[in-house]
Write a protein that binds this ligand. Sequence first.
Ligand code: FAD
Ligand code: UDP
Length: 364
Amino acid sequence: MNILIIGAGFAGSVVARELAEAGHQILAVDRREHIAGNAFDVKDQHGILIHQYGPHIFHTNSERIFNYLSKYTEWYQYEHRVRGVVDGKEYPFPINRDTLNQLYDLDLTEEQASEYFEKVREPKEKVLTSEDVVLNSVGRDLYEKFFLNYTKKQWGLDPSKLKAGVAARIPTRTNTDDRYFTDTYQAMPLHGYTVMFENILDHPNIKIQLSTEFTDILKSNLIFDHIVYTGPIDAFYEFKFGHLPYRSLRFEHEHLSSQEWYQSVGTVNYPNNYEYTRITEFKHLTGQMHSSTSIVREYPTADGDPYYPIPRDENEVLFKKYKALADAEERVTFVGRLAEYRYYNMDQVVGAALNAADKILVRK
Ligand code: FAD
Ligand code: UDP
């Protein structure tokens, strides 16, 4: 079969490789001038490897997905750590026992920390929203200090307007574990994401065309037996039911030439100050040694490239209308964070892409 793949991020590249291995001919196109989608990394003009579209830290509990990517990259072992700044001081985040002890000048044991949360939490019968999640686990003061304003800034919405799953990404801990993730596998591609994608796409049956719009291909005379679409689903259908909201970010990259390090950990979150949500210093993530350093600030915006689907019931209703059309397509597969309107992490996209490729292979 001749297969057209729209988008060379995780979804498109993994499907491309799987179908190419099965003997099909693939044309993968992306409107950007590079592969790797939002995981794209590149050396800046000072030689520091940066993530152009914000910090990407790989983590998964799936041995299958880790082994799959391990065919295309070696790894640098890295466990992400984050601090949240409240009233000018940095605290471990996600909230753990040290956060409580430092913030309230306490000396709680693990059991006492558990009792503390029990005392301050506002129990919810039904945990439906992101506000419910946080109040239900850590109560109002910690909610207001660490979550309320960050969430408003990130999404332009009050946490009560967002589904529970958004804030539920962040655990609460009674121990002193200050890692952002606790997944079994946590590592960064040793030579970067872009090199890993070059390896995934390096197959004689895969042709790549960059700086190319889906519509450019449709206008050509090329005939395809199947299309795999990984862009925003509403755009595929020319917004016939209206626009699905996606949240965007503006990335402000900065190089600091006269200092080796900027901050103590990979990412520092600023819930209550500034227009940006967080600052990431890349050398922490990549292990790169360099005499100077590069950072990125993330400014959430309503307009711009679509980065985040916005998990709300009303958006889900609109998505379902598009999904009904997508499900009825015989010759088009929709997969990935934008096409499935799911707040997927990278490993989840790899899993979805492997399943999508299997389905296409069974059907043909
Ligand atoms: P994308 O990477 O968006 O790829 C889709 C591609 O399709 C794009 O390159 C786009 O240019 C192309 N395209 C779209 N429409 C068209 C068209 N009409 N014509 C041609 N090309 C088109 N996940 C983690 O696991 N860990 C993290 O730490 C993490 N951090 C993140 C930080 C930020 C700031 C963001 C935004 C996301 C983060 N993610 C993280 C999520 C991760 O980026 C996604 O899960 C993953 O990259 C999605 O892959 P995808 O292929 O579905 O989509
Ligand atoms: N969050 C917050 N304060 C923080 C960090 C996260 O309120 O300091 C909330 C916020 O709503 C955010 C969500 O938790 O959108 C998920 O955070 P995560 O770090 O997983 O977001 P991502 O890396 O996907 O942008």
